[in-house]
Design a protein around this ligand. Sequence first.
Ligand code: ADP
Length: 187
Amino acid sequence: MNRLLIIGPPGAGKGTQAVKIAEKLSIPAISTGDIFRQNIKEETELGREAKSYIDAGNLVPDSVTNKMVRARLAEQDAQNGFLLDGYPRNPAQVHELDDILSESSQKIDRVLLLVADNDELVQRLLGRAAEQGRTDDTEDVIRHRLKVYEEETAPLLSIYRDRGLIKEVNGLGEIDEVTERILDALK
Ligand code: ADP
């Protein structure tokens, strides 16, 4: 039970929870958003490829994202488990992840779906924009990212639901309270 995904709309708290859960389970938390942001900061080729999509609140093309995830999952620290945050984000990425894992006879054990209502999500993201000034946290881009989630990411949930892997967790409440709920869902 140590190959895990955390999925949810922007602002649901995936990143915060992923770090805490991964630490508890002694597995790496792998966030595609963080990897992209780091590359943008360091002005790498990958960062240059991804930046315009991220700033507009769109998904980075699968060709770019898939290659990056494949390389990250091949690293030593991910061999005994991982918590992926932000990937897969559309049905094509689900199939790519299946392929990547099957090459080493691995598969996903559980998918955590972190939920919160839209008004709360927009409020949280606007709050974070004020604090951290992430370039994709302006109100228009936030609304666009929520729409991209509904249109491109939500459809992949039925795939994992059919496989019986999804555990839904309420993302409202104190951070530690949500962490406890997630740990319960993994028992
Ligand atoms: P949030 O969870 O707040 O939406 P993330 O940090 O997960 O933010 O992602 C930020 C941006 O990075 C996304 O809006 C998208 O442009 C890009 N990104 C992250 N993961 C993926 C992915 N799996 N496929 C395509 N683009 C991605």
